[in-house]
Design a protein around this ligand. Sequence first.
Ligand code: CDP
Ligand code: CDP
Ligand code: CDP
Length: 212
Amino acid sequence: SVAASVITIDGPAASGKSSIARLVAQRLGRTYVNTGNMYRAMTWAVLQAGVDPKNADAVRAAAADVVIESPVVEGKIQICISGRTLTDAELNSDLVNRAVSLIASVGEVRDRLVADQRALAATGPLVMEGRDIGSVVFPDSPHKIYIDASEEVRASRRGAQGLTDQIAERDRMDKERKNSPLVIPAGAIVIDNSHITLEEAVDQVIAALQLT
Ligand code: CDP
Ligand code: CDP
Ligand code: CDP
């Protein structure tokens, strides 16, 4: 059904996906799911275990031991590792930014998190945002959006947040990887928000979805 179907939002780093997805979910009364935070939490746990993120076998072994939960609390998803909710500072740290694309390229890590993401659809109507939500997680969704912005604009937006982040390098790895690379999903509506405000982008997404 339209009401139950997941609105998928994908796009490159710092394109505005999370801000737009959060506001779209708020307007439509849906739960907002940031899947990047799931990959970030897994990365945080693997680094905490002292594992070299370049060593895929060691990453696989460490990730298998991680207890990750994503409960819905007051219409928002929380990410807990071994029962502890990670802070935004932990999820967005420099160390996590540098390692997350390596961890997210490991097929076994993706299989687990994708299963968790699909299970969340049973909790109610969602807006889910990431890199492969329209292409791999919910390919049958009739409501797919791809958010883009120029590399210049994305770098300056991330810089304005006071965060160090090699977004060009992360995008390259996310687009070139074998497992679930970042693509414009078949059937997705592309919205470039380089030169519009957040509110204008949200309006465009809601209009494009034609929900009524
Ligand atoms: O917010 P930002 O766009 O910088 O990144 P994010 O959405 O938090 O995602 C962090 C990283 O997780 C991405 O660079 C991808 O490597 C990975 N990711 C993924 O592989 N698949 C997803 N569905 C979401 C994130
Ligand atoms: O989730 P993602 O990394 O794609 O981007 P974000 O964290 O939602 O957005 C990065 C920054 O750009 C935030 O500070 C947004 O408020 C800002 N932004 C903006 O100024 N204008 C837009 N049209 C979209 C996002
Ligand atoms: O059937 P219902 O609409 O209640 O929900 P569901 O079967 O749990 O599917 C929820 C969302 O997953 C919808 O957006 C479906 O379009 C999507 N879906 C998908 O894209 N591919 C699948 N293989 C299964 C579900």
